[in-house]
Design a protein around this ligand. Structure first.
Ligand code: BGC
Length: 760
């Protein structure tokens, strides 16, 4: 904080600072320096306590109130009303509000014109980039690269902070095993282990090493919890899961995010076993705070507090507010219930003031940790110049391109159709997404703009300007039944040396509330793809979509299929890099691809059952009209080179119960002619246990870059956490018995080794 800023602070707040420091005279005369020190828990407690003591009930509830976004609001009228609220201290944080100038202006009102001058928090959904759009999270997760996830979150934070944003509502860490659910695109897929590693990486990226640095933002692990288990894949529906599944599958990424320091968590819209999450005392205050000792800020989801009435657990708005606050929901996003309906309840003793105080403390703690009491303008004071200088820079674009390349998954490459030769004479560019910027950006793009996005067609034109003839034919819309243009596309293919088709979903077909009951390519795109493939030309299908698609009809007909998800602002360039071999694909599927929607749920870490599927045996667990196996298993992804795995070896055949350390080694060789990166995966199975265990669980992965002919031995360390399970009493234990370790390039890997944990 500079002296100038402090002197502008209202006297009451300055008094708190002085009290907290207990050295007012020295501070008053000291040169500019921070007056609070984030990281010093005692100082934080004293500061926040002193401030709290000066607050009225209305001011306290104001700190818990979060109105909807200014940028998205109905304009000046709404803003004027909000400004008066600010002066009265009725707003503690603001949703969906960004921009250095706007946030500084609003902050100034809060700091200079309200009684206590408490700075605001500005929150924004920075999901996969602020202006520099990175691949959608599900796509980025295909990189199996925590460093990529950290880096994109870091860049997103730098850009967001320069726009005055303090708080992002990411990472979304919901495990999702139902591709009908539109929000599968926002997370890391089906696996709790991969999800945990990436959750931690993304938190570290957003929050950096030092939350008090002005280019870091509060990360929010969302949506707590089991939101991805929505019944029928319908967003907001109930999560009908056993407690064991909650603990084994849905909670681990939250634990990982919290262990990585996540300062914020968002409650989810669903209920679990009859208790809506916004009223779930047992899981919020009980588990998160008491058992996990997390001291961060819990924010409701959009009108999540009000929705307790729709759930049918609250008869009135006051009831809804009382239940949510009691459960431990600190910030009321948009419902306006804490502010309007809780004052009377507190005064009448129906809501304990201590609960209000606890939540207010957590809001103030967050502001303290961000250094906003040192300098409320630290995120916005760089103004437009700083905002522009930090945004969509060449370095950020370079990172977006690099990460997009790593996110693409080569599903098929029959006859080595890919990579394409750069000396092709004529290339047919077909499909509704060849030149659609939104097909690059995806659904939740911060402040990303279509004009920033490099489409595949633009990238092809600039890469091969004048050297390659590009014949463009859309062939079909994204989602209509119009087949009238398919013939023209087939003609274009016939006249070309090779064909690339850009097919998939519109971004509005995935993400929030965009659930589908079919996983097929929408509209007539499958018909288009098959008609083009029937020309017999070298044909590549690039898929741009937000969920696994059941594209089995293309298998064996379209020789090369590249899953590119929504690859971000540099998607077109990254695609050209991959299609023409400047980059070798290394992505692996973070989620199983079903053959058809009827196979859902289908995921790799399933149980064996008493009658596991067996070909030719009727009374086993399978279908009569489709194989039981997936179209593509979790972890699948090809390369332009090939890899050979030697059988894994374990360092110790037996482990004593008091020394559960194991090392697994696996040698991988690049047997092809190109350099390539392989994601080496390790799965573990507890062969016999007191509680049934999944057929295998991911317990390690490593990206290994290998030159042609090069071999590398990868060593994985396993310990208690990897081998343990929850027993019948829900205690974490490692039971004696044998374990099987599988290693390879996907969850279908069958090379294995065993070891035994001895009894006592
Ligand atoms: C979503 C959240 C999001 C919030 C604020 C809600 O509808 O479920 O993920 O953070 O809106 O935009």
């Amino acid at each position: 904080m500079t002296r100038t800023t402090t002197t502008r602070m209202p006297a009451i707040l300055a008094g708190c600072l002085l009290a907290a420091l207990a050295a007012p005279a020295a501070w008053a005369d000291a040169p500019p320096r921070p007056v609070t020190s984030a990281g010093d828990a005692a100082a934080e407690k004293a500061f926040v306590g002193a401030l709290l003591a000066k607050m009225t009930l209305a001011e306290k509830l104001g700190q818990l109130n979060q109105p909807p976004g200014v940028n998205n609001s109905t304009g000046p009228a709404a803003l004027a009303g909000n400004e008066d609220q600010l002066r009265r201290g009725e707003i503690g944080s603001w949703l969906g509000t960004e921009g250095a100038e706007l946030t500084c202006r609003l902050q100034r009102i809060a700091v200079e014109e309200s009684r206590l001058g408490i700075p605001l928090l500005f929150a924004y959904d920075v999901i996969h980039g602020m202006r520099t759009t990175f691949p959608v999270p599900l796509g980025e997760s295909s990189s199996f690269d925590p460093e990529a996830a950290r880096e994109s979150a870091r860049i997103a934070a730098v850009e967001a902070a320069a726009h005055g944003v303090h708080w992002t509502y990411a990472p979304m860490v919901d495990v999702a095993r139902d591709p009908r659910w539109g929000r599968i695109v926002e997370g890391a897929g089906e696996d709790p282990y991969l999800g945990s590693v990436l959750a931690a990486a993304r938190v570290r990226g957003f929050q950096g090493d030092d939350l008090a640095a002005p280019d870091t933002v509060l990360a929010t692990a969302k949506h707590f919890v089991a939101y991805g288990a929505a019944q029928g894949g319908r967003d907001y529906d109930i999560a009908d899961i056993p407690e064991r599944t909650l603990h084994e599958v849905y909670l681990p990424p939250f634990k990982a995010a919290i262990d990585a320091g996540a300062q914020s968590v968002m409650a989810s819209f669903n209920e679990i076993a009859g208790v809506p999450m916004h009223a779930h005392q047992g899981l919020i205050n009980g588990l998160l705070r008491d058992r996990w000792h997390w001291d961060g800020l819990l924010v409701s989801d959009y009108t999540g507090v009000l929705e307790l009435m729709q759930h049918g657990v609250a008869a009135t708005r006051e009831d809804a507010g009382r239940l949510a606050l009691h459960a431990g929901v600190d910030v009321d996003m948009v419902s306006n219930i804490y502010l309007k309906d809780l004052p009377a309840a507190v005064q009448a003793g129906r809501v304990p003031l201590a609960e209000v105080d606890a939540s207010v403390r957590r809001v103030l703690n967050a502001k303290y940790r961000l250094g906003l009491f040192d300098d409320p303008y630290r995120y916005c004071k760089g103004g437009l110049a700083h905002q522009q200088a930090m945004t969509l820079t060449p370095t950020h674009r370079e990172a977006a391109r690099r990460i997009a390349r790593k996110s693409m998954v080569l599903l098929e490459n029959q006859g080595d159709v890919l990579p394409l030769s750069k000396s092709i004479g004529t290339l047919a560019v077909i499909g509704p997404l060849a030149n659609e910027p939104w097909g690059m950006l995806g659904n939740w793009v911060g402040i990303g703009r279509p004009e920033d996005a490099v489409t595949p067609l633009k990238a092809l034109q600039s890469a091969f300007d004048g050297r390659m003839r590009l014949v463009v034919a859309e062939g079909a819309d994204l989602n209509s039944q119009d087949t009238s243009r398919i013939d023209a596309a087939v003609q274009a293919a016939r006249g070309a040396d090779a064909v690339v088709m850009f097919l998939g979903e519109h971004p509005e077909m995935s993400a929030e509330a965009n659930n589908r009951s079919s996983l097929d390519l929408p509209g007539v795109q499958q018909q288009l793809a098959l008609a083009v493939a029937a020309t017999g030309k070298p044909v590549v299908a690039v898929l741009l979509n937000g969920r696994p698609l059941s594209i089995g009809a293309l298998q064996g007909k379209v020789p090369a299929i590249l899953e590119a998800w929504f690859p971000g602002v540099e998607g077109g360039n990254a695609l050209v890099d991959v299609l023409f071999g400047d980059a070798n694909p290394s992505g692996k599927l973070p989620v199983t691809f079903p053959r058809n929607v009827g196979q859902v749920p289908i995921y790799h870490a399933h149980k064996n059952t008493g009658r596991p599927p067996r070909e030719g045996e009727k009374y086993t667990s399978k279908y009569i009209d489709v194989p039981w196996t997936p179209l593509y298993p979790f972890g699948h992804g090809l390369s332009y080179t090939t890899f050979r795995y030697d059988a894994p070896t374990v360092a110790r055949a037996t482990l004593a119960p008091g020394d559960l350390r194991q090392q697994v080694r696996v040698r991988v060789t690049n047997t092809g002619k190109r350099a390539g990166t392989e994601v080496v995966q390790l799965y573990l199975r507890d062969d016999v246990a007191s509680i049934t265990r999944p057929v295998r669980e991911l317990r390690g992965f490593r990206r290994v870059e290998l030159q042609p002919g090069e071999s590398r031995t990868v060593t994985f360390e396993l310990g208690f956490d990897d081998m343990s399970m929850l027993d019948a009493r829900m205690q974490r234990v490692v039971e004696p018995g044998t374990f099987t370790v599988f290693t390879g390039g996907s969850s279908a890997a069958d090379q294995h080794a065993t070891f035994e944990v001895m009894g006592r």
